[in-house]
Design a protein around this ligand. Structure first.
Ligand SMILES: [Zn+2]
Length: 376
């Protein structure tokens, strides 16, 4: 019999949790950072290299894959894992967030969202039912509900209307998902920065019942202080025995703050995107490799880092290949950034496990303050 989806908390430290998500495709150690493989690839990385950085799970994007090469084509070719040569767990988003960002090209109704492709202008429809169908065709291990994330700035009335719609879509997503042993469906809490709306959303989702819960509608421009303000209470509204996922976060200090507040999973394009624009994240802050100050520097990006970019290359070399627009530039910096992110997650897990999270976080901030943070 296929192994079921499950989650257990192994240790807590304050609100923070260390745990493990079990899936038929392997375990996911939490708190987990999920690299983003938008178009069935984590840009500039081979899947085996992504795994070497310590990633247990990747994220794929429904919106991008449904348009190109299409979910039906991926299904015919054996599913997304086989297609992109990543056999471990994959989480797919619902497509909702990307569709909502196509402000002028979409029409929202109770049924769903009609929109035009950004690639060729072709017309498409995404609804809870269609999103569930696409994520099933892809073979996703963790499927996300189809929801609406209102564009900011939004009035409280607009956020409330949008949240209510998302809760009706959550029920339709649950009904359409059906019973799929070994696969998980996550609900998405909405409600902006309004505590009552967050609580109402959490209650509605818990009543429907999901395998995990995401905190949606954050990291959309409200700022870190407002985001942490919501995370001070919102995770507490969700069931303790299910994983909690903060979507689209974030910078290293966002991640640390979210984990302190009880978040178990996160994803962000930042480490891979930054890698392609010459920006590195290190324990001593950000390094902007295109700056002229690096052109004669024989030191690695980070003396203590064991990634291939730091073991084999100087800042001077990384500066040179960035300026020369060589492909290895994006490859090495992306590898370093993903390695740093995964090392940070391992450090957080170890610290929670040994009850040393406060000391770990204090050291994290102290190292950054002592470092040479360059403006990006
Ligand atoms: Zn490195």
């Amino acid at each position: 019999m296929a192994q079921m989806f499950g989650f257990s908390v192994e240790a807590t430290d304050g609100s923070a949790r260390k745990g493990v998500i079990r899936t038929p495709r392997g375990e996911i150690r939490t708190p987990a950072f999920m690299p983003v493989g938008t178009a069935a690839t984590v840009k500039a990385m081979l899947p085996g290299s992504v795994r070497e950085t310590g990633a247990d799970i990747l994220l794929g994007n429904t919106y991008h894959l449904m348009l190109r090469p299409t979910a039906e084509r991926i299904a015919r070719l054996g599913g997304l894992h086989r297609f992109m040569n990543w056999e471990r767990p994959i989480l797919t988003d619902s497509g909702g967030f990307q569709v909502m960002s196509l402000a002028s090209l979409r029409k929202l109704t109770e049924e769903g969202v009609r929109f035009s492709s950004h690639i060729d202008g072709s017309k498409h429809m995404l609804s809870p039912e269609r999103s569930m169908e696409i994520q099933k065709l892809l073979g996703s291990d963790i499927v996300m509900c189809f929801d609406e994330c209102p564009a900011l700035p939004a009035t409280e009335a607009e956020v409330a209307r949008s949240m209510a719609l998302s809760m009706r879509w959550a029920q339709r997503s649950r009904d359409a998902f059906g019973d799929r042993p070994g696969h998980a469906l996550f609900g998405i809490m909405q409600g902006g920065v309004t505590r009552d709306l967050r609580e109402e959303s959490a209650k509605a989702l818990t009543e429907i019942g999901f395998d995990g819960y995401a905190v949606g509608g954050l990291a959309v421009g409200e700022g870190q202080e407002a985001m942490f303000g919501v995370l001070d209470y919102a995770p507490g509204f969700l069931p303790q025995d299910k994983p909690r996922y903060l979507m689209g976060v974030g910078k290293p200090d966002d991640i640390v703050g979210a984990v302190e507040r009880g978040i178990d999973m996160m994803d962000c394009v930042l480490p891979s995107r930054s890698g392609r624009t010459g920006q590195a994240w290190t324990r001593r802050g950000q390094v902007n490799i295109k700056n002229a100050r690096h052109q004669d520097d024989p030191r690695p990006l980070d003396e203590d880092c064991t990634c291939p970019a730091c073991r084999g290359y100087s800042r001077a070399y990384l500066h040179h290949v960035f300026k020369a627009q060589e492909m290895i530039s994006g490859m090495l910096l992306t590898w370093h950034n993903l390695h740093y992110y995964q090392e940070l997650m391992q450090g957080l897990r170890d610290a929670i496990g040994s009850g040393q999270l406060a000391a770990f976080v204090a050291n994290f901030h102290a190292q950054r303050q002592a470092g040479d943070i360059e403006p990006i």
